[in-house]
Design a protein around this ligand. Structure first.
Ligand SMILES: [Zn+2]
Length: 87
């Protein structure tokens, strides 16, 4: 099922990306499939994660960086909860 934000976008309208930018965005997209972000849509030139709603084609590099940083910080914070050794 598509997220609401993804469904609103005009799927026929893909932004023009340089070959190099498309390669780096594709690498980010595939690397992003680790852990619990396996709900990826990659048909028709799209690169979208339905778990966190990152659009690897249309979102700015800054927005993608911030979203991935937030996700990783949340995972790190969650990992610390099980490591409380104050005994
Ligand atoms: Zn994701």
């Amino acid at each position: 099922m598509l997220s609401k934000a993804f469904a609103k976008r005009d799927l026929a309208e893909l932004p023009k990306l340089s070959d190099e930018e498309r390669i780096f965005r594709r690498l980010l997209f595939f690397m992003h499939s680790s852990c619990d972000h396996r709900n990826l849509y990659g048909d028709d030139g799209e690169m979208h994660c339905h778990t966190c709603d990152i659009d690897f084609v249309r979102d700015s590099a800054k927005d993608i960086e911030e979203r991935i940083s937030d996700i990783n910080l949340a995972k790190y914070a969650e990992s610390l909860k099980g490591n409380d050794t104050d005994e």
